[in-house]
Design a protein around this ligand. Structure first.
Ligand code: ZN
Length: 164
């Protein structure tokens, strides 16, 4: 690229109707949507508890059974999001992080919301709790985490509610 190079950009819209399946992990999304339950899986051979759920253990490839996990957990790693897609732009700045739910041995990526967000509120080791949208579609965006000390504030908002 030389100094005279300039990207030519055209703003446009692509609209596509499509559907996709969650396959063997559908049960996770159905329980999330209908019952606000967070399901992981437990390997029948080695006993490792997976979250996100694995239909087969990723360590020993044996089948894994569903089990319900607690809705509290610990932040393993996190960052603050300042640039995002149109779907989340109203939420910035917000946190994302890998959360290890209590009872799980693996962590999964999820949003972490906090009022007056600063890095120290969502740093490694901080405790979080799941908050659910009242209107759920069976997607990962049906819930998010908040610092446990903010939980009561979040579930008192009209659009959100606590889990089971
Ligand atoms: Zn296993």
């Amino acid at each position: 690229m030389n100094e005279e190079f300039q990207n030519h950009q055209i703003r446009d819209v692509i609209k596509i109707n499509y559907k996709y399946t969650m396959g063997g992990q559908s049960k996770f999304f159905i329980e999330l949507m209908n019952n606000k339950r967070l399901l992981g899986t437990k390997c029948i051979k080695c006993g490792k508890t997976w979250m996100p759920p694995r239909i087969n253990c990723s360590d020993c490839y044996e089948p894994a059974n569903w089990l319900e996990l607690k809705q509290t957990g610990t932040i393993e790693v996190s960052t603050i999001v300042w640039y995002t897609t149109s779907a989340f732009i109203k939420a910035i700045p917000y946190g994302i992080g890998f959360i290890k739910l209590d009872g799980a041995e693996t962590a999964f990526l999820q949003g972490i919301f906090s009022e007056n967000l600063v890095p120290s509120k969502i740093k490694k080791g901080k405790r979080v709790k799941a908050v659910f949208n009242k209107k759920r579609d069976g997607k990962m965006t049906d819930f998010f985490f908040v610092p446990d000390v903010e939980y009561d504030n979040w579930i008192s908002k009209p659009e959100y509610e606590g889990g089971v």
